[in-house]
Ligand binder design. Structure first.
Ligand SMILES: [Zn+2]
Length: 84
């Protein structure tokens, strides 16, 4: 650290750890951002895929086509150093 203490520093942790709260065999909810993950059987073949939804912002994603798990909300910590 340089010791400078003016301005705003925005620290973003890009890959926060999820905290999955397992609700049942197929459903988990991230305690951090309330993203819900549903494991669902593919109706057309013998495999499973996952749907992710979040009511707060209407987020929807799935990995039916092999997509990645969406990232958890980044944690943004604003550190404001004000003059004393
Ligand atoms: Zn999350």
């Amino acid at each position: 650290m340089t010791g400078k203490s003016r301005g705003v520093v925005l620290i973003i942790e890009k890959t926060p750890r999820r905290r999955w709260d397992k609700r049942d065999e197929y459903t988990s909810v991230c305690e951090r951002c309330e993203l819900k993950a549903y494991r669902r059987p593919d109706p057309y073949s013998r495999r499973w895929f996952t749907e992710w939804t979040r009511e707060a912002d209407g987020f929807y994603a799935h990995n039916y086509n092999g997509g990645k798990t969406p990232p958890c909300d980044p944690i943004a910590v604003e550190v404001r150093d004000e003059e004393v």
